[in-house]
Design a protein around this ligand. Structure first.
Ligand code: ACO
Length: 457
């Protein structure tokens, strides 16, 4: 363990079934969160710890984000998310998350310049979009294109200086937005738009999403502010599924492009970043089927259905997700400013109210998470449902980059390699191919009945 963690004078004592007693150091973080340092456990005792789903496992030390899930606290580099949401642009937030300090006016202006310089895609790169089938999910396009970008921009990329890192970070933050918009444009058969040098980050994204060669799209100030808020609220969230994936890939010394492309794939699932799409699909289903909030929640509570209330619950937050509170407020403002009446917002409000008063959710400490209201905002901005997780990925890019940097800059960093408890078959005798009977055939492997006779003849 590195020197940054405060090793207290205290120890935890562990007594093993053999009677062996081991003393394990107790470490303490900045906010007095405590951990038992088990790094020497296997060497001293032969035991490992088992924590499926990592509910109790600290995988690293990090200086980027602090969350207190019991109190609903979220801070980037020490600054409360509410302050950042009130005062920062997404790009300032990205600089804070990646480099650890709020940028000076010069740093901010220089970073904006290099983002602009790096916003366009190489001309022949643009042709790759045509290689995807029309209905390809934009998340698959995004991850593939980030990997492809590496071979275009930096064929022999080795980040060996702060300047080089800065350039690559700017390239990724800027181009991920261009790729996302290009993926959307190709999916609807419209020409891919070039970025504009006169527009700021968020406006430029909306321009590339919604302008056409013969007609410029000009977003309202409210739309720009709402998307800016959405992006900065997603900028980092400590060791979540996709960020842990980025760190895992980075720990093997994979480059920044490969590491964040892996993060995009990890983000895709409906229990993680894909939840914003799943929430909107859920609200649409309720609206179209005429179900009430109570009807839907009854289905959720009936465990045999396997249905979850999407946008509710969080591994870390056991009270309100502060991002959800900010987004709920922003959602109201945006819809009012645009004079949009979306019945799905009313359904969401009702689901929230009924669920919060229901013992099923209260006893499990399930509250709305960041995805509960975000889909309504994105829909109001005209962003189609299958692009929601892509927009989340644009927002999360600074966090992934910051975590990659933390691993890259740490000389004591080791490859991530968890252990396991093996519960499969003990060693057994080899069975000859022609002696294998039905009892020995592969479990779960299906051969269609009509082919079985043919294959065995
Ligand atoms: N709806 C209904 N029941 C739920 C929900 C939900 N959304 N979430 C958790 N539960 C129940 C579980 O069934 C379980 O009940 P049990 O103890 O009776 O078996 C209990 O609450 C604990 O749930 P776990 O799955 O153990 O909680 P975990 O911490 O592993 O999962 C997760 C967290 C994945 C976010 C979960 O709450 C969930 O699936 N939520 C819906 C999907 C979602 O909104 N994901 C976005 C999260 S935020 C983000 O990643 C950006």
């Amino acid at each position: 363990m590195s020197e940054s963690v405060d090793h207290t004078q205290e120890h935890a004592t562990l007594t093993l079934p053999s009677g062996q007693v081991v003393e394990l150091p107790v470490v303490e973080g900045t906010e007095k969160e405590r951990a038992v340092d088990i790094a020497g456990l296997r060497q001293k005792t032969g035991y490992i710890t088992l924590d499926d789903g990592y509910t109790n496992t600290g995988s690293c030390e990090s200086k980027i984000t602090f969350i207190d899930g019991e109190k609903g606290i979220l801070r980037y580099r020490g600054y409360p998310i509410q302050e950042i949401a009130k005062r920062c642009s997404f790009i300032e937030t990205a600089q804070l998350v990646i480099w650890g300090e709020l940028p000076t006016p010069e740093e901010r202006s220089y970073f904006s310049d290099i983002l602009t310089e790096n916003s366009a895609l190489p001309e022949d790169f643009r042709r790759h979009f045509a290689g995807f089938p029309v209905h390809a999910h934009p998340m698959s396009i995004l991850s593939a294109m980030i990997n492809a970008l590496q071979s275009y921009d930096l064929p022999n990329m080795i980040i060996d200086s702060d300047e080089e890192f800065q350039r690559v970070a700017a390239t990724l933050i800027s181009k991920v937005r261009t790729i996302a918009a290009a993926a959307y444009k190709s999916s609807i058969g419209e020409p891919i738009m070039y970025p504009r040098y006169d527009l700021r980050y968020v406006e430029n994204f909306l321009h590339m999403m919604f302008s056409r060669p013969y007609r410029d799209y000009v977003p309202s100030a409210e739309a720009t502010a709402a998307l800016n808020l959405f992006l900065l609220l997603h900028a980092d969230h400590e060791q979540n599924c996709s960020t842990s994936t980025v760190r895992m890939v980075a720990s093997g010394q994979a480059n920044l492009y490969a590491s964040v492309a892996a993060g995009v794939c990890a983000l895709w699932g409906p229990l993680h970043g894909g939840a914003n799409q799943a929430v909107m699909e859920m609200l649409t289903l309720i609206r179209d089927s005429g179900m009430t909030a109570q009807d839907y929640l009854a289905r959720v509570k009936d465990r045999s259905t396997g249905i979850r209330l999407m946008g509710f619950g969080h591994r870390v937050y056991r009270s309100f997700d502060p991002r959800a509170l900010l987004l709920k407020d922003a959602c109201d403002k945006l819809l009012n400013s645009m004079n949009i009446v979306d019945p799905r917002l009313d359904i969401a409000r009702e689901l929230e109210e009924v669920a919060l008063a229901d013992d099923y959710f209260a006893s499990r400490k399930l509250y709305p998470n960041v995805d509960f209201y975000s889909g309504i905002i994105l829909t109001a901005l005209g962003i189609p449902t299958e692009m929601f997780t892509v927009v989340f990925a644009i927002g999360r890019m600074p966090g992934w980059i910051a975590h990659w940097k933390e691993i890259h800059d740490n000389p004591a960093s080791r490859i991530y390699r968890p252990r396991q408890i093996y519960v499969g078959s003990p060693e057994r005798e080899w069975v000859n191919r022609f002696q294998r009977d039905k009892g020995n055939t592969t479990q779960g492997f299906i051969i269609p009945e009509e082919l079985r006779a043919k294959l065995s003849s």
